[in-house]
Design a protein around this ligand. Sequence first.
Ligand SMILES: Nc1ncnc2c1ncn2[C@@H]1O[C@H](COP(=O)(O)OP(=O)(O)O)[C@@H](O)[C@H]1O
Ligand SMILES: [Mg+2]
Length: 268
Amino acid sequence: MIKVQFSPSSPTSGGSLSSSGRQYDSYDTSDLRVTMTSEDLLQPGHVVKERWKVVRKIGGGGFGEIYEGLDTVTKELVALKLESAKQPKQVLKMEVAVLKKLQGRDHVCRFIGCGRNDRFNYVVMALQGRNLAELRRAQPRGAFSLSTSLRLGLQILRAIESIHDVGFLHRDIKPSNFAMGRLPAAGRKVFMLDFGLARQYVTATGEVRPPRAAAGFRGTVRYASVNAHKNKEMGRHDDLWSLFYMLVEFVNGQLPWRKIKDKEQVGS
Ligand SMILES: Nc1ncnc2c1ncn2[C@@H]1O[C@H](COP(=O)(O)OP(=O)(O)O)[C@@H](O)[C@H]1O
Ligand SMILES: [Mg+2]
């Protein structure tokens, strides 16, 4: 899973991963297996803030690194999301702000804690199960049944409604940013993840913020709306377009532009 941050005028390429593997790119790599390296911010056994013990790495490649951890106080499994303190584009603060605003709503992970040290910023939240990109690919036809797709779609729609309700756009709606619950009680519930690209779309008085003349591209090329490809200011409708593309991919197993890596070609 990779996020793109092209300025409107910048030349685009197919985008190869930088050596750190965490630079901007233009296609979804959430199917790559998670491998731990010595460059990782944490290793198994590390304890964060004398409380959360790292079990293993479960995600990363975008802006953050995600680890499964054990809360030594409550004995429950948690997810730790980290961002290097050295990273130029700091997004975890936004992530924490949105996650906190969404607490108590359906389809949202429970917030457990957050903090920072000289090496990284982190947020701790409830651990969920596998994401919807992995689950779709694990299906025999690489697609969900119509009924599964519709049931997922309805839950995702409600999750999007919740984030819009609190005044934010998600701006990176895609299958790897949703996960199923881990425990049997929530095994059929979808959870929305990753608020790193969220943006407030309302003013303090609750009006929709005036659009900027040109906004840099944010999101993931494969699921981006035509508007987003045109570098227009995004709105609630753009999150819904991404949901629509997700649903087509769920039912069909692919999108017509899945193999095109060039952002300009996908959007034209
Ligand atoms: N709370 C969580 N529980 C379980 N898995 C998670 C959780 N948060 C993230 N993940 C996994 O890590 C992956 C990357 O996390 P995400 O928040 O999307 O970060 P990024 O900014 O790197 O995309 C997700 O696709 C999901 O598989
Ligand atoms: Mg993500």
